[in-house]
Write a protein that binds this ligand. Structure first.
Ligand code: HEC
Length: 229
């Protein structure tokens, strides 16, 4: 009986100690969670972002035109046209050339902000000729969308890339600015029409952003999914 009692007593003490320990641990963990230094948190966010950006760049074949194909280990990775015979495109009377996407300050994207890179991919606006502002409309003259937009030359596939979620476009911008080494390679400017391709990028030709609502005349709601929304 005594032994049982004393065992019970020591169990209680042990579990009380365990409880106290547990509470201390939980509070330590939560203190740690809330006291992560902002710089450490920012470092982790940037690490995640550039990892995602690299993946998106690989999946979207940026290197097929901008250099290096699908191989980030290629010495030509994203550094712009080096082989005009295969990288230059003849669009009507104009020759267009994939630019240097490495963060070199004079020949690459170094002098542009992440927002300018975002605006290039979402809206097709040339970073060198578009102010560094947040754009909230696709109507020229509204929400900071330039009245006379200067678009990127064909065949930069921004009309399809623009449908990526915001996070993916920001991730690309972060990857290009912070995780690719600068490479000096001056790509000659693309040639183009005086309207900077505006007449090629009408809603009739490239669709709208956001895309037309589902289902369009070409699509159906699967029978099994009718009523799901
Ligand atoms: C089919 C070829 C092609 C692919 C694929 C492509 N680009 Fe481009 N890109 C171009 C061309 C050509 C230009 C030059 C446009 C011009 O001179 O107006 C360009 C220009 C750009 C610019 C503007 C650079 C500057 O300095 O003005 C950015 C940013 C860019 N591309 C990012 C990307 C990213 C990111 C991807 C992948 C998600 C990608 N491109 C995939 C052809 C391509």
């Amino acid at each position: 009986m005594m032994r049982a009692t004393s065992r019970a007593g020591s169990n209680t003490r042990a579990s009380r100690a365990g409880l106290v320990g547990g509470v201390m641990l939980v509070s330590l963990v939560s203190v740690a969670a809330f006291s992560i230094h902002p710089e450490v948190r920012a470092a982790r966010e940037l690490a995640d972002k550039v990892t995602r950006g690299r993946q998106v760049v690989l999946e979207h074949g940026c290197g097929d035109c901008h250099g290096g194909g699908g191989n980030p280990a290629s010495p030509e990775w994203l550094s712009g046209m080096r082989h005009p015979e295969i990288q230059e495109t003849q669009v009507g009377p104009f020759k267009t050339r994939p630019r240097n996407l490495t963060p070199d300050n004079t020949t690459g994207l170094g002098r542009f902000s992440e927002r300018q890179i975002f605006n290039a991919i979402r809206y097709g606006l040339r970073p060198g000729e578009t102010p560094d502002v947040e754009i909230t409309s696709t109507v020229p003259g509204k929400g900071n969308f330039p009245l006379t937009p200067k678009y990127l030359a064909i065949p930069m596939p921004w009309p399809v890339f623009r449908h990526m979620p915001d996070e993916d476009i920001w991730a690309i911008a972060a990857y290009l600015k912070h995780a690719v080494k600068p490479v000096v390679n001056q790509v000659p400017d693309s040639e183009g029409p005086p309207d900077f391709w505006a007449s090629e990028y009408t809603v009739e030709k490239i669709g709208s952003y956001p895309a037309a609502a589902f289902p369009t005349a070409n699509e159906v709601v699967p029978k099994q999914a009718v009523g799901a929304r």
